[in-house]
Design a protein around this ligand. Sequence first.
Ligand SMILES: Nc1ncnc2c1ncn2[C@@H]1O[C@H](COP(=O)(O)OP(=O)(O)O)[C@@H](O)[C@H]1O
Ligand SMILES: [Mg+2]
Length: 471
Amino acid sequence: MDRANVLSGAACRTAAYAALAVVAALILTGVTAFSYLSATLDTTLAQQIRADEIMLHDIYDGGGKADLAQAISEINNPVAQTPRVIGMFNADGTKLAGNIDRMPPLGTSKRMVLTTTDHNARASSYYLNTARFDDVTLVLGQDLSLTDAAERSFLWVLLAAGVVLTAAILGIGYGASRSSLIKLTRLERTLDLVSNGDTDARVPVMPQMDQIDRIAARVNTHLERLSGLMISTRTTAAAIAHDLRTPLSRAFLSLQDALTRLDRGQDPRAAIEAADDELTSLGGIFDAILRIARIETQSGKRDFKPLSLAPLLADMVETFGPVAEESGQTLALLSSSQDAQILGDERMLRQMLVNLIQNTMTHCPVGTICTLRLQADDQAVTLDFADDGPGIPEGDRIRVFEPFYRLDRNRTTKGSGLGLALVKAIAERHGAAIHLSDNRPGLKVTIQFPPEVPVKPVVPVKKGKSASTRG
Ligand SMILES: Nc1ncnc2c1ncn2[C@@H]1O[C@H](COP(=O)(O)OP(=O)(O)O)[C@@H](O)[C@H]1O
Ligand SMILES: [Mg+2]
């Protein structure tokens, strides 16, 4: 993994900014807390010094300089070590008593390093204060080593917290950036594989489903569709070539037959008519293929209008009922919900119904009863189209939607195997789910449309307008 790539990742950059913000916040709170801590410690020392000062002032008031000097030397007893220093000086600065050598140069700062005159004389820092009793100057100080230690510990803790926090934030940022980069690299590699022809390649999707995983899942859905289209294009092209060859060669043979008849001085009319039939059926197949392709490639619902399915079904049954009756079958509308509103293209929907009716008439025997049911609720508008004919075995119920797929028993019946492919294309174009089931006996086609709440007046269904039959 390229480290420069990881470091330039968004997560890494965000972590760097977060670390900067944390460091800035720590410095700010550290400075405030440190000054508060110092001020508090100084106040405590100042109070102790003030107590000493009051006590020494009382002694001075009672016995003058001599008593004061005596008291100071007792306080500074080297045996009973105390954390304080006291110096007593004349107005000209000469030392009178105490363990401070020279009058310290007292400026604004109250903290100062002094060397005491004790037997273990050592330099140490003290908090100092001065008091004046007539012409005597008293310098009183408290040892700062404990205060210094407390302040140093505070600074170390602050520094350690800063280092640990910054390292943790940068580490998390680096980790997140690295995992994003790994995922993006996989995505890139998969797209490369697919563009090089591997239609099975998919992006791995992690269960935590972060933003990249969601994109990966989306990419997979699109790849799935794309490879499905590529495969179906391939198989459809092969099926078209295969299925067109038979009528084409039959037309060719008929034309040859016509020529032979002409050569022999016989009437070629029958052979020419046979060729014409084959070529007309070829034209029909091409028409259906183009229609399916057009519907599958269209997108958006710009041409769709809100329409009510009940009058459309009633009209279709009225038109095709007599045709079915002529072939000894029955076509009936059993129930029809008047609120069944969908957004759709009326011409396409008529074509879809025609294909289903046509199938019943072609693939079911005399006496078959075909029924239509329309129901609507908040979730869906459901159209059930059922017959009591031979039905379709379960194993073939998906495959019959493939172009040119026909059951073995129907290989010789009229048709090209494109009817249900067109039905499916139209259903999908309307966002409807289509599914075949066993009507016990017979075939049941269920189509579930997404419902449309009527916003405009319903488009009236024109009577007597019928689509051409295909498939
Ligand atoms: N109502 C039905 N009952 C029984 N089989 C059917 C029915 N509708 C379709 N099929 C089967 O499904 C196949 C595909 O139908 P379709 O795509 O319309 O093609 P075609 O009608 O041209 O054969 C048919 O060949 C037939 O075997
Ligand atoms: Mg058909």
